[in-house]
Structures are given as structure tokens and as C-alpha cells.
Design a protein around this ligand. Structure first.
Ligand code: GTP
Ligand code: MG
Length: 370
């Protein structure tokens, strides 16, 4: 839209190409009939012929649909950190998530820890922390591939009796690539063979120098089995969150990402989503990938129905037309009709891409058969 060929310009001006080329030469622009000139040049030529070029401003559906204004720093409020747990196989990621989850069992809900969704919040020192249940590497790969940078802090679990292993290194690389701050949980401290000093020494090789050695990496010895060190880990996550000054604007339309989603027989598409900015309200229209819909039921991580969800809150919602993919970005929008149009457009594009790769595959098959 910002340039036009000389031939096209001539035909729009109802002039011969050579007339237009002459005018261009008069302006000091040498261009053949098939070459392009920019908008400003075209406008000057048009003027010479007593015409006017109307600049086509192309507004995408996205631009019309989404509220793309930056938040004024003055309106930002503190938000809980979003944390993912990662590390080598069997080093205790699941056990640590379980141990953390247990810390939220209050007198009122003794015995029953209800966790309905793929993310949960715990409180430490009066402040909330959001944990994603998604395996760390998935949270980083599939979600980041879609542009969702969900996590603020990565808890790197290293078994004290095993030390740094291949997937530990992979986790470090993922977290670093995402710009996520790493906090190290040296796990299995209850084991007699536990050797936390060796773990720390190994960490320094990956530019994670423990604080007590003059670096800035927090290392917390824990045991998921006994619960030792877990409150300390949470406290340190909160300290780190404070340093990072995590902020969001609760007073705008919600946006965030899909953590996981499934099709429920009775409820239809059910998605666990994380609000990253703004506040999601029941009844809001949202678009997530190619899925659209009004939030019908919204539940918190305890399965309780809620009306609103602010920044860093994980919720489960129903009401979408289809099951979105983990990592899809979602946004609440004012215009449902336009949102459906965008979803259709995205679906069509996806089909086109799939068709393209299908053709490629068949072509490859053809060659491999020869
Ligand atoms: P994957 O999901 O398979 O990668 O493993 P994971 O990292 O989630 O480890 P998981 O929590 O399943 O723990 C692996 C094994 O280590 C289990 O047998 C746990 O009981 C054990 N384990 C985890 N934490 C501790 C701990 O603090 N102390 C001891 N002694 N054992 C632990
Ligand atoms: Mg596990």
C-alpha cells in the first residue's frame, strides 16, 4: 500500500505510462513502467495531473479489536509472581509441587486439598505466588513458540544426591533464553548421600553462582519428602518477586495465555488460563487462538465459582466455541462479532498452512518413491 508501480499509477490516473514516466523524470525520478515508486512520489505525479492520491491505510482486524494501549506506570499494581518448576527427571519436581500445595491446607480444609486446575496459588508471608503445574520444559517450549512468556521465576530442582544432569542443563538454557530468573531448590536433603556443596560448585559452571559465594543465585536446600526448607523456598520466591517489581494494570480488559485445555462431555471446551494483565469478568467475550466465546463459568484453583480474576490469577473457564491450544494467547474484547471474524480468519490461515505442508509431504513422498 505504500508503493505503486508506474504502470498501475498511470492506469489509475488514466494517463499513458510514457506521460507518467516523463513527469517522474521531471521530478528527477528515473523509473520504468514496471518499477515501483513510493507514496509521496506518486502523490506528486498525481498532483501534476490534477488528481489526488488517497493513501490507503490498512487497518487489520487485530488493530480494530484489541486495546493496544500501553499502561501508564501510575496505574500499575503489584501482582503475584508466576512460577514454573523444572529440572532433571526424578529430581523431585512433582514432589516439590505437591509439598508446596500442602502448605495451603488450612484448618478449614484439613484432609482435602482440592485442586481442580493446572495451576494454583499459595500464600507465603501474606503474599500470593502462582505455580504452573505444567512441566517446565513444556511451559517454555510450546508456550513460548506461541509468544506467551508466562513465567517470571523458574524453580530449578536439583537432587542433592545426583547433581547436575543433562535435563538440568537444558532447563537452565530454556530459562535463560526466556529471561526467566532461576532459583535453585537443592532437593532430597533428607538423603544421607546429599551433597549440596557439590551441587553449588556444579552450578557455577553454568553461571549460576550461589549468593553465599558472592553471586546472585538463590539456592535453597529442601526436602520434598519431609517438607524441610519448603517455606524458606516460598519466602525466597517472594523476595525475588519483590526485586523484580512485577506489576500489572487490573483496570483494563484481560489478556493472558492458555495453560491447558480439554473437551468436557458436559461443559464443552474447558480451559485453564492465566490472566497476565487486566481483570477477566464472567460474561466477558474472549478470543484465544481460533476459539471465541463468552466466559460462562469461571472457577478458581479450588474449583470455586468466581466472578472476576485479576493479574497472575489462574482460572478455569467454560464458554469457548472450541478447545484452544496450550500457549495460545487470549484477550478479552468488546466486539464479539469482530472476534468471530478474526477467529475465522485465523482458522482459514491455519488450514492454508496445513494444506501447504501436506502438499510438501506428498511431493517428498513422490520423490522418495522414485
Ligand atoms: P519426573 O516427572 O519423572 O521427571 O520426576 P520428578 O522430577 O517429578 O520427580 P518426582 O517428584 O516424581 O520424584 C522422583 C522420586 O524421588 C520419587 O520416588 C520421589 O518419592 C523421590 N523424591 C522426591 N523428592 C524427594 C526428597 O526430597 N527426598 C527423598 N528421599 N526422595 C524424594
Ligand atoms: Mg514429575
Amino acid at each position: 500500500p505504500d508503493e505503486i508501480t508506474v504502470g498501475e499509477l498511470a492506469s489509475r490516473l488514466k494517463q499513458t505510462a510514457s506521460n507518467v514516466i516523463k513527469k517522474l523524470m521531471g521530478l528527477g525520478v528515473m523509473a520504468s513502467v514496471s518499477e515501483v515508486v513510493d507514496y509521496d512520489t506518486a502523490a506528486l505525479v498525481a498532483e501534476e495531473f490534477g488528481a489526488k492520491v488517497e493513501h490507503e491505510v490498512h487497518v487489520t482486524i487485530e488493530e480494530r479489536l484489541f486495546e493496544d494501549v500501553a499502561d501508564d506506570p501510575g496505574v500499575l499494581e503489584e501482582r503475584p509472581p508466576v512460577v514454573v518448576v523444572m529440572g532433571h527427571v526424578d529430581h523431585g519436581k512433582t514432589s516439590i509441587l505437591d509439598a508446596i500445595r500442602k502448605t495451603r491446607v488450612t484448618a478449614g480444609e484439613a484432609g482435602g486439598i482440592t485442586q481442580a486446575i493446572g495451576a494454583y496459588q499459595v500464600e507465603a508471608g501474606g503474599k500470593a505466588i502462582t505455580f504452573l503445574d505444567t512441566p517446565g520444559h513444556e511451559a517454555f517450549t510450546s508456550m513460548r513458540a506461541r509468544g506467551a512468556d508466562l513465567t517470571d521465576i523458574a524453580v530449578l530442582v536439583v537432587a542433592a544426591d545426583d547433581g547436575i544432569m543433562p535435563q538440568t542443563i537444558e532447563s537452565i538454557n530454556h530459562a535463560k533464553a526466556a529471561g526467566t530468573t532461576i532459583i535453585v531448590a537443592i532437593n532430597k536433603m533428607d538423603k544421607p548421600q546429599a551433597n549440596p556443596e557439590q551441587v553449588k560448585e556444579q552450578l557455577t559452571k553454568y553461571e549460576l553462582v550461589p549468593e553465599e559465594w558472592g553471586g546472585d543465585t538463590i539456592c535453597v536446600p529442601v526436602s520434598a519428602l519431609t517438607g524441610q526448607g519448603i517455606p524458606d523456598l516460598l519466602e525466597n520466591i517472594n523476595l525475588l518477586a519483590e526485586v523484580k517489581e512485577l506489576r500489572a494494570n487490573p483496570n483494563r480488559r484481560a489478556k493472558g495465555a492458555v495453560v491447558e485445555a480439554r473437551l468436557d462431555k458436559g461443559q464443552g471446551p474447558v480451559a485453564t488460563i492465566l490472566v497476565q494483565n487486566g481483570t477477566l469478568k464472567k460474561g466477558d467475550c474472549i478470543i484465544a487462538g481460533t476459539a471465541v466465546g463468552r466466559v460462562r463459568v469461571m472457577r478458581n484453583d479450588k474449583g470455586e465459582p468466581i466472578e472476576t480474576a485479576g493479574p497472575s490469577t489462574p482460572v478455569e473457564i467454560t464458554g469457548l466455541t472450541e478447545v484452544p491450544a496450550a500457549g495460545d494467547l487470549f484477550e478479552a474484547v468488546a466486539d464479539e462479532r469482530l472476534a468471530r471474524e478474526l477467529a475465522d480468519q485465523r482458522a482459514a490461515k491455519q488450514k492454508e498452512e496445513q494444506w501447504g505442508s501436506y502438499q510438501k509431504v506428498t511431493l517428498d513422498n513422490l520423490f522418495s518413491q522414485i
